[in-house]
Design a protein around this ligand. Structure first.
Ligand code: ATR
Length: 262
């Protein structure tokens, strides 16, 4: 829907379509992309790591985040990139201008793929990052990978962390439609803090609703989905599209239609 919207808006001849590829069929599909007429593509679960061995090279973001979500050709070489961090930061810039104020302290909940993209983006914006995750070991691995500006804490430490947090980010699947809500007492959170949830179904998660009620600026996850699509489109079709209110409204309507409680 997103890429189709942009193709139509920019009057470009092209298509973005879904290809269901099994792990067994991945090599054949990726290595046959050129011949099949593709100029590139997105990669999603469960292939985001497996494609590393199939690309000629990858960009710094994919390398650091440990996942490829976008493929394009440079000459005959297939390149793998990761646009999730750009999408994450672009969404914050768009929905909460001035959120980073030059630097600051972020608190990231979760330590999976989305967290790695968030941390990579936040370090690029000079933020210090505290990570809290259910499985401590996963968070420790993430912190070791990204270096001393990332510190791991336990859930028990939230009470001390929240008053010095400028940006609170949920990257866990808690709060997603069908999952348990993420319940945190936001009372100690710094009054000026921005609260961001990468979950976008529902658009307003229980965490965001609680933050809004306390007067915090909130950012939902839909913008990240839209913003991460921009660099891929630009590579494939040679024109940089815009995330407009019209596009957002269209995707929001689709989410509401397919998940009525959202
Ligand atoms: P993604 O790529 O979307 O980040 P993921 O890699 O599966 O998905 O990561 C999911 C994150 O949500 C992890 O941080 C996970 O915590 P664990 O590392 O302990 O698995 C977190 N998560 C999922 N369900 C959770 C729950 N019920 N309570 C707390 N954290 C949860």
């Amino acid at each position: 829907m997103v890429h189709g919207h942009w193709l139509h808006e920019l009057g470009l001849d092209g298509a973005y379509e879904l290809a269901e590829v099994t792990p067994d069929g991945l090599d054949r599909f990726i290595l046959g992309m050129r011949k099949a007429g593709y100029v590139g593509g997105n990669v999603t679960v469960p292939h985001k790591q497996s494609v590393f061995r199939l690309v000629a090279r990858c960009d710094a973001a994919a390398e650091s985040i440990g996942a490829v979500n976008t493929l394009w050709f440079e000459g005959d070489a297939l390149v793998g990139g990761n646009t999730d961090a750009v999408g994450f930061i672009g969404n914050l810039d768009d929905r909460a201008p001035g959120w980073d104020n030059g630097a600051g302290q972020a608190l990231v909940l979760g330590a999976g793929g989305a967290a790695r993209a968030a941390v990579y983006g936040l370090l690029g914006r000079n933020m210090d990052v505290a990570v809290v995750n259910r499985t401590r070991e996963t968070a420790d691995t993430l912190a070791r990978h990204f270096g001393p500006r990332v510190r791991v804490h336990s859930w028990d430490e939230l009470l001390e962390l929240l008053p010095r947090t400028d940006l609170l980010v949920n990257t866990t699947s808690l709060g997603m439609l069908g999952k348990a809500p993420l319940i945190i007492d936001l009372a100690p959170l710094k009054a000026s803090a921005v609260v961001h949830d990468v979950v976008y179904v529902p658009l307003e998660t229980p965490l965001l609703a609680a933050a809004r009620r306390r007067g915090h600026r909130t950012v939902d996850g839909l913008g990240m989905l839209l913003q991460q699509a921009v660099p891929g489109f630009a590579r494939w079709f040679g024109a940089t599209p815009k995330v407009t209110d019209a596009l957002r409204a269209r995707v929001e309507a689709d989410i509401r239609a397919t998940s009525p409680v959202a």
